[in-house]
Design a protein around this ligand. Structure first.
Ligand SMILES: Cc1cc2nc3c(=O)[nH]c(=O)nc-3n(C[C@H](O)[C@H](O)[C@H](O)COP(=O)(O)OP(=O)(O)OC[C@H]3O[C@@H](n4cnc5c(N)ncnc54)[C@H](O)[C@@H]3O)c2cc1C
Length: 316
């Protein structure tokens, strides 16, 4: 039986659990014993998902110090000899993963967005050259397979709940952190498009009056997102850009208003449940991916839908 380890990121437990899907795709549902590692948090959300929850709790551990956390993960690797190590590609994960790979003398595939298994050969796929190509990478040599995995790309639906064994681990060697936290500020950004169940997304066809999307988003309890065209024009901030060089989103409903559907945009839509596109050109590439296509003007669509919502008029 293989052994896999997932680093459970304190700031995004949900995303860490989704990394189980990567393990399932590599080893199958039963092919690997799964260890979750939680440092200075309980991560009880993983109970029933992982076989072993390794909890390390110590006030002396500065859990924002990637060097200290690298020491701990290296020690765990020596003890458990994992075959596969997965780290979510959060800001902290991106600092942690290369440090750990260097310590273990193994290669790291960073920011993985897909994996393929062909004749037992594992290919890890990640954007390369600023997203111009998708590179398939195959591991060579000894040591664990290591990857950092892009957020919101994989999604895990639990099949059968597992019995999770809790392991309270005390690191043997704890380095004193060279870092000192001098200030902590909340993120200014008021919402994260990755958390939204409904996204009203605007592209080149909405440049004239992008603000209008807000009214529809608010009526549908959703948020506004955008294609890169809108961001490059300086109309909205990069934090709401969907796509390869923006964010990968997984709403239940994605309404694409005046978006053409370039490959780099569609890259960010891997786990969207339903797409409605509104476009003056019914042959735009996004239309072929959509559950429903409305041929016409985006602003006219917004006005008509808002009027219908207001009048509660949804008769055919
Ligand atoms: C390395 C790289 C990374 C990139 N990363 C991203 C990324 O992360 N995200 C991203 O989005 N793009 C990205 N791009 C850019 C991408 O290639 C496209 O240029 C961009 O997505 C186009 O945006 P768009 O479809 O909104 O605009 P356009 O290409 O201008 O398309 C506008 C669409 O709106 C329709 N339209 C026009 N007027 C109306 C109207 N009144 N009502 C309804 N429909 C109308 C048109 O028919 C057309 O289909 C990247 C490019 C590169 C090279």
């Amino acid at each position: 039986m293989k052994k896999s380890m997932i680093y459970l990121d304190k700031e995004n437990n949900k995303n860490s659990i989704d990394l189980l899907e990567v393990i399932r795709q590599i080893y199958g549902e039963e092919g690997s014993e799964i260890y979750g590692v939680a440092i200075n948090h309980q991560c009880l959300e993983t109970i029933g998902y992982v076989d072993n929850l390794i909890q390390i709790t110590d006030d002396k551990i500065f859990d924002k110090d990637a060097m200290v956390i690298t020491d701990i993960l290296e020690e765990l690797q020596q003890k458990y000899d994992f075959d596969c190590i997965l780290i979510p590609a959060t800001n902290f994960g991106r600092m942690l993963a290369p440090r750990l790979a260097m310590r273990l003398h193994v290669g790291l595939v960073a920011d993985v967005t897909a994996i393929h298994l062909k004749d037992e050969l594992l290919e890890m796929v990640r954007p390369a050259f600023s997203g111009k190509i998708m590179a398939g990478i195959v591991k060579q040599g000894k040591g664990p397979t290591m990857m950092s995995v892009r957020e919101n790309v994989f999604s895990y639906d639990q099949i059968l709940p597992k019995e999770t064994q809790k392991i309270m681990y005390i690191p043997k060697h704890l380095r004193k952190s060279q870092l000192k936290l001098i200030d902590k500020r909340e993120k200014v950004q008021s919402y994260d498009i990755r958390d939204s169940e409904v996204l009203i997304s605007g592209g080149g066809g909405t440049i004239k009056n992008f603000e209008k999307l807000e009214a529809l988003a608010s009526q549908l309890n959703g948020q506004v997102s955008a294609s890169r065209k809108i961001i490059d024009k300086g109309i909205a901030t990069r934090s709401i850009q969907v796509g390869q060089s923006g964010r990968t989103v997984n709403p239940k409903l994605y309404i694409a208003l005046g978006i053409n559907g370039a490959i780099q945009h569609v890259e960010g839509l891997k786990n969207v449940e339903h797409i409605i596109s509104v476009n003056t050109n019914k042959n735009a590439p996004i239309c072929s991916l959509s559950d429903l296509v409305v041929e016409g003007d985006a602003f006219e669509f917004i006005d008509k839908l808002l009027a219908k919502i207001k009048n509660n008029d949804f008769r055919r």
